[in-house]
Structure formats: structure tokens, C-alpha cells
Ligand binder design. Structure first.
Ligand code: GLN
Ligand code: ZN
Length: 766
């Protein structure tokens, strides 16, 4: 008998990104609500049928969402902040209010958006200020029935009450909100049990983080209360994204009927877990990686399953992916252009289902001789020994790294003098973060080139022309350090993935980022090397168009790593250093070509932080190391910039300073300049450009407000260390907004220079 297979959640967007298209048409008014809902139900149906066909015994339900599963959870428990509208008297999702919460409306800010643990999925942050709870939607029951009508039994999934509360803000009300929230969960359980639901899954990924004892106590009381629901389905407590570690002693005694553990990231925990595993309860082992795209290693998975089988027995052992499959692309089937040697090494969501079914079957047999096992091992052997994966020249360069490669030649005060005499910048220099608007014309041109309609030459002429225009614009606006506009890049990571050895790109490997937004991460499969220059061509052309300093623009090693699917056969530190060496060569090449300012963006530095704080220092050490390795090859006079945005900088401030970049631009306007408060408490980086324009809003900032912001900043940062720039790149804005905003920014900088310099002269005279 095979073990029971289940899933924790499946991709929602559809094979052809149907959800994205439907949502966008609906928002444009081209699709009715009824049509949108029926596309949703079609997508659910396809997902369930697919899972059943691939041999999954218990697929998830209630994992589908038209926008975000955290938003759905808020509707389920009726936690709708009053500013979005009133709840209807009957429990039902009001789709107008639902999308207002996700996207805002004139005068109504949407819920905040933030990263789902350490993934690239973004969820809407619950607001708990005046939250109250009631069972407010029947979505889980309705979707369960929908599957039932197809003859498929599913397991509804929910966010567990503590994870739901911990995802929101403010946290102070948690103790007060927990009991009424749990009451709603009990109603829900009763409703589901009466319907005939046998199992529900409660997602509690926070159990894989460090929790204070007060929270562990909250888990204990909440689950004791939930378990008393009458009637109720069996509870599968789902933990994922890491290890339970010390939390296990509490988790073990919670009243669940089954527990899911992450058999990929926490495989090392299995022996202690099994040693104290409660009798007669289900263990679901997530042996297939829900976060990455590599074919499963059956030897590893089957060894784990065998170990568990010996303790819990086959009636109590389930097989699943480590987490929801939301984080991987749907299927390899449509990848016709991927390197045929690499395809067999990969497994997207659909292929992972097949692996689960096969593993569940093999686990109860003499698998070591089974042809399916042997075939799997043969592919892994091929991958391991492939010359595509290991490049001796990369390995030997990595082995010969020495500390001097991680240090600039001289400390900042000396570099500063060299840079001053080389760049001749005014005080409070103005610049931008790199990209200029990606207009429909730019996107059309790229599509024409990719489809072959345009020759290489035609495309290059087009890009050069865009660069020329944007340089003229920056000159006329009076900016001090110019950029080329990044018109040749669809995406700041994909662009480098296309040019570096060791990456492949998919045609359809889309993964939901939030709502209708999807990303297509490159796949980093082997040792990374750079066989051609990546950005020089464009930046050199741009430099021929201006006498002003031009800023070369690169994506940093950590950001490339974090926004790709990364190989699982080499440590992240090694991969980051390989990327850093490629970037180092590019940086040095730019320098030799006369580029005197080079920016290496690291917007993903913070999100790479491990979920457990105890692992932060180790991560930050190699992450900072990778940046320094990439940027330390240049002379003193070459100015290195970096940029980061949309994250809390406070708890990684020292690491930001340790990057030793000459100039750091950070998003500050969006977060109300709260950044400045840090400067009063901590050492300053060398030079800093806190953003003065919130580029995520269509609003054009006035001269006066930017001027005031600069005066405000100059109180925290010495004016001779201060730069003037927007929060982030201008890619998503239109020229209608960009031109007046930058004009105001330059004018405000001019005014601030006058004021601050006059003040300085006065001080000197006094
Ligand atoms: N240089 C990039 C740009 O301007 C930076 C983008 C980012 O920080 N995410 O678009
Ligand atoms: Zn940014």
C-alpha cells in the first residue's frame, strides 16, 4: 500500500497566467464580476483535476485566492478595517471592498504589502487596530463542495490563528484578539465537520521561527481551546520554511491529529522528532522542495521516509511537498526552448506531484532495486557530473580568494579626496537610481527584437536613441550624475541571468508575486562565469553623449541570488561569491572604460535574512563579503554606490555601513523619513542619499517639500555627505510625472545648497 499523498497548496495563476489576465480585464471594466468568479472556479477545477490525475490523494482546497490568501483569511474572520467599507449583514465577500483593500481607491490607502516569510510572495498586512471578528465568508465550505462535485475529497487549508495574528500590525493587541478569533475558528470547524470534511490544515509557519515563551503559551491555550470544538475535523498542523528546534517540546503536546514538518530545510531534525513522536498521530513529511525547482533526490527522501515509517507506521505517515507549491512555476511542459540536458534535472509544481506519488509508492517497497528509483538516481548522477555544472576555472578562482580582495585599497577618507578631484561635483549632488520609464514603445521594441521581427542592429539603434534622449533630458534638468536609463533591461535580475554562464531562462516559469503580478526568476544551475561584458556597451555609449559623470548600473550578487531559483548542490555563500567575481570583473571593466561612478544595487539584501535571528550574523557576513568582493577591485578615485529600498534598515544598519560603499541611496520618503532617526543613534555610512521623492505614488513632490526634507536631513547628516535622489528607480512612472518631479528635486537641491552653504559661511565667520 502506498503512503497517503497530499499538497499544502497549489499555484493559482493558471497555465497561461489566466488569473492575471482576468484580474486586469476585470479592473479595467472589461470583465464582469461573474466572469471573473467563474474563471476562478475554472482554475480551481483544473488544479484539483491535475493533482488527482498525478496521483495526489488529498489535495488542498481554500488555497486558491483571487488576490491573496491573507486577504481571504481576513474576510473569513470578518476583520475588515472600517475605512474600506461596511460588512454586509450576510456572510459573503463583497468583491468591491475586497479589491479596495488590496489596491486602494482615491483617498483610501490599501493594506500594506510585505514579504511572506523569506519568499518572494507578498501578502497584505492585516490591520488589528480596531479589529473584531465574526465568521464572515463561506469560501472554504463552498470550495470544498466544488471539489466534492468533481468527486474529489480535499483538505481545506487556513492560516492558523496565531500565524494570522502575527502577520498583522500592531502586535500589542494579540493577547486580547486571540480568544475571540479562536471562537470564530471553532464555528468554522463545526461548519466544516457538519459538511463531512475530515481533515483541515492549519498553517503555522511562525512555529519555525524563534518564539518567546509568552507566544508558546499562547499557542498552548489557543489550540487547547480550538480542539474542544464540537464537532470538528481532524487538525493537521502545518509547519514549514524551517526547523521547529526548541519549539517542538511545546508543539508536540498541542492537540493535533497530524503534523506537517519541512523535510527539506529541517531534515536534520527528524531523529529527535521521531524519538518523542506521539503515538497514533499522523506525521506528514515534506520531502519534496516546495521552494525550488530541482528534481527530487529519491535516495535522500526515501531514507527519510523509511526512518519515519519505522516509528509511526504506514497508516500514519503522509508524503507532501515541504510547503505550498505556490512558490514554484506550474509546469515544465511548455518549456520548449530550455536546454534539453537541463530539463530532466528540473521539477516544477506538476512534476513535483508525480514525484510525490512515486515516492509514496516506493516508500513501502524494496525501493533500492526499483527501476523508478534507479532512473531518478541516474539523472541526478548526470547532473552532478555534467560539465555544465562544474567549471574548474570558477572553482579554482574561488579557492584562491584572499582577504585583500574584500577591501578597497584605502579607507573612505582617502578615497573621498581622490573622488572629489576626479568628479568635481557640487555639494548635495543630484542623481537618480537608474531606470527611467519603461514606456510601451520600449517594451514593444524589445518584443520585436525577441521575436526576430527586428534585427540586432535595429534594436540597438532604438536603445541608443532612448539613451540619447534620456541623457539630454537629464542634462536639461541639471542633474549632476547621470544614468543611461536601463532601457535594455526587462528586469534587473533576468537581464544578468541572460548574459551570465550558469543560468537558464524559462519561457513560462511564472510565479505569483502578489495579486496579478508574476515574476519569472532565472534558474541558476551551475558555476557562474562571465564570458562577455554585460553593461559596458550601453554605458559607454551613454558616456559619449555627455561630459557629466555617468553612473554605471549593476545588480548586486545577493539580489541576483535571491531573485533566482538557485542550485541546491552548492552553498549560497559560494554561489554569492561566484556571482560577486563576475560582477567584480564587470566593475573593473567599466572603470577601465573611464566610468568613474558605479552603482551596485542590493535591494534584496535584507530579505535574504534567515527566519531565525540566531542565523543572521553568519548570513550578513557572507552577504556583505559578496558585495565587497564585487566592488573592491577599483581605484580610490572610482566612486562605488549602492541602493536599497522598501525594507526596515534598522536591524541591519551595521551591515549596510560595513558594505563600505562610497555612497548609499536608500528609500526614505515612502516611509516618512523615519530612517533619519537611525542616524542619530548609529554610525553613518560614508555618503548617503535618503530618497526625497516617493516614486510609488503618482504625486509630484513640490520644491518646497523636497527643500524642507533636505534641510531636515542636513540636521542628521553633515551636508557634505548628503546626496539628493528619489526613493527608487523610475521604471514604473511616466515622463509626465518624472520630468516635473526631477525638475523640482534639482531646484530644491539648489536652494538647499544656498541655505546650507550660507549657514556654513556664517558659522565660520562667527
Ligand atoms: N537600478 C534599479 C532601478 O532603478 C533599482 C531597482 C530597485 O531598487 N528595485 O530600477
Ligand atoms: Zn529601489
Amino acid at each position: 500500500m502506498a503512503l497517503l499523498t497530499h499538497t499544502l497548496g497549489y499555484p493559482r495563476i493558471g497555465t497561461r497566467r489566466e488569473l492575471k489576465k482576468a484580474l486586469e480585464s476585470f479592473w479595467e471594466g472589461k470583465l464582469s464580476q461573474q466572469e471573473l468568479l467563474s474563471i476562478g472556479s475554472q482554475l480551481r477545477k483544473e488544479a484539483w483535476l491535475e493533482q488527482t490525475q498525478q496521483g495526489i490523494a488529498l489535495p488542498a482546497s481554500n488555497d486558491f485566492s483571487l488576490y491573496d490568501h491573507v486577504l481571504d483569511a481576513l474576510w473569513l474572520v470578518g476583520a475588515i478595517p472600517p475605512r474600506f467599507g461596511q460588512l454586509a449583514s450576510e456572510p459573503k465577500i463583497d468583491w468591491e471592498v475586497y479589491f479596495r483593500m488590496a489596491r486602494g481607491a482615491p483617498g483610501v490607502a490599501p493594506l500594506e504589502l510585505t514579504k511572506w516569510f523569506d519568499t518572494n510572495y507578498h501578502y497584505l498586512v492585516p490591520e488589528w487596530h480596531d479589529a473584531r471578528f465574526c465568521l464572515c465568508s463561506h469560501k472554504p465550505v463552498e470550495e470544498w463542495r466544488e471539489a466534492r462535485q468533481l468527486g474529489i475529497e480535499t483538505k481545506p487549508v487556513f492560516l492558523g490563528p496565531l500565524t494570522l495574528l502575527l502577520l498583522g500590525k500592531p502586535q500589542e493587541r494579540l493577547a486580547e484578539l486571540l480568544p475571540p478569533l479562536c471562537t470564530v475558528y471553532r464555528q468554522l470547524f463545526a461548519e466544516l465537520a457538519r459538511e463531512g470534511v475530515r481533515w483541515v490544515q492549519l498553517d503555522e509557519p511562525f512555529l519555525c521561527t524563534e518564539l518567546p515563551s509568552s507566544l508558546l503559551e499562547a499557542y498552548r491555550s489557543a489550540y487547547a481551546f480550538l480542539a474542544e470544538a464540537e464537532p470538528r475535523p481532524n487538525l493537521l498542523l502545518a509547519t514549514y520554511f524551517g526547523e521547529l528546534a526548541g519549539n517542538w517540546t511545546v508543539v508536540r503536546d498541542l492537540p493535533w491529529e497530524g503534523i506537517h514538518v519541512d523535510g527539506v530545510r529541517a531534515a536534520h531534525e527528524l531523529p529527535p522528532l521521531l524519538a518523542t513522536f506521539p503515538k497514533g498521530k499522523v506525521l506528514s513529511l515534506g520531502v519534496v522542495d516546495g521552494r525550488n525547482v530541482w528534481k527530487n533526490d529519491y535516495a535522500r527522501s526515501l531514507a527519510l521516509l523509511e526512518e519515519a515509517l519505522g516509528v509511526v507506521g504506514e497508516n500514519y505517515l503522509w508524503v507532501g511537498p515541504s510547503s505550498s507549491l505556490l512558490h514554484v512555476p506550474l509546469s515544465l511542459e511548455k518549456e520548449t526552448k530550455l536546454d534539453r540536458q537541463i530539463v530532466p534535472w528540473l521539477a516544477f509544481a506538476r512534476e513535483k506531484l508525480g514525484e510525490l506519488a512515486e515516492l509514496a509508492d516506493l516508500a513501502t517497497r524494496a525501493w533500492k532495486q526499483d527501476p523508478r528509483f534507479l532512473a531518478n538516481q541516474e539523472i541526478l548522477r548526470q547532473r552532478k557530473s555534467s560539465p555544465l555544472v562544474t567549471r574548474p576555472e570558477v572553482r579554482s578562482r574561488l579557492a584562491s580568494l584572499n582577504p585583500s580582495l574584500f577591501r578597497r585599497k584605502n579607507p573612505y577618507p582617502i578615497r573621498r579626496l581622490a573622488q572629489r578631484s576626479s568628479l568635481h561635483l557640487p555639494p548635495l549632488p543630484t542623481t537618480t537610481i537608474g531606470s527611467f520609464p519603461q514606456t510601451p514603445e520600449v517594451r514593444k521594441a524589445r518584443a520585436k527584437w525577441k521575436s526576430g521581427e527586428w534585427s540586432q542592429k535595429e534594436y540597438e539603434t532604438f536603445v541608443e536613441n532612448e539613451i540619447k534622449k534620456v541623457i539630454e533630458l537629464q542634462e536639461s534638468l541639471g542633474l549632476d550624475v547621470l544614468v543611461h536609463g536601463e532601457f535594455e533591461r526587462t528586469d534587473m535580475v533576468e537581464y544578468f541571468g541572460e548574459l551570465l554562464e550558469g543560468f537558464v531562462l524559462t519561457e513560462n516559469g511564472w510565479v505569483q508575486s502578489y495579486g496579478s503580478r508574476c515574476v519569472k526568476p532565472p534558474i541558476l544551475y551551475g558555476d557562474v562565469s562571465r564570458s562577455r561584458s554585460m553593461t559596458l556597451r550601453w554605458i559607454r555609449y551613454a558616456q559619449t553623449q555627455t561630459q557629466k559623470p555617468l553612473k554605471g548600473m549593476l545588480t548586486g550578487p545577493i539580489t541576483i541570488l535571491r531573485w533566482s531559483f538557485v542550485r541546491d548542490d552548492l552553498g549560497e555563500k559560494e554561489v554569492a561569491y561566484q556571482l560577486a567575481l563576475c560582477l567584480r570583473d564587470e566593475v573593473c571593466e567599466l572603470e577601465s572604460a573611464g566610468i568613474r561612478v558605479i552603482q551596485v544595487d542590493e535591494p534584496a539584501l535584507r530579505e535574504g535574512l534567515p527566519l531565525r535571528k540566531s542565523q543572521w550574523p553568519a548570513y550578513l557576513e557572507w552577504a556583505v563579503g559578496a558585495f565587497r568582493l564585487a566592488t573592491s577591485g577599483v581605484e580610490d578615485r572610482t566612486q562605488i554606490h549602492t541602493h536599497m529600498c522598501y525594507s526596515d534598515f534598522g536591524d541591519i544598519w551595521q551591515a549596510i555601513v560595513d558594505l563600505d560603499a562610497d555612497v548609499i541611496s536608500l528609500e526614505a520618503a515612502r516611509s516618512g523619513f523615519s530612517l533619519l532617526e537611525l542616524f542619530t543613534r548609529f554610525p553613518l555610512p560614508n555618503e548617503i542619499g535618503p530618497g526625497v521623492w516617493d516614486v510609488h505614488s503618482p504625486r509630484i513632490p513640490t520644491v518646497e517639500e523636497i527643500y524642507q526634507a533636505l534641510l531636515h536631513m542636513a540636521r542628521a547628516v553633515s551636508p557634505d555627505r548628503l546626496w539628493v535622489n528619489p526613493d527608487c528607480g523610475l521604471k514604473t512612472r511616466s515622463y509626465k510625472e518624472v520630468v516635473p518631479s526631477l525638475r523640482n528635486m534639482v531646484e530644491a537641491a539648489r536652494k538647499a545648497r544656498e541655505t546650507l552653504l550660507a549657514k556654513k559661511d556664517l558659522e565660520r565667520a562667527g
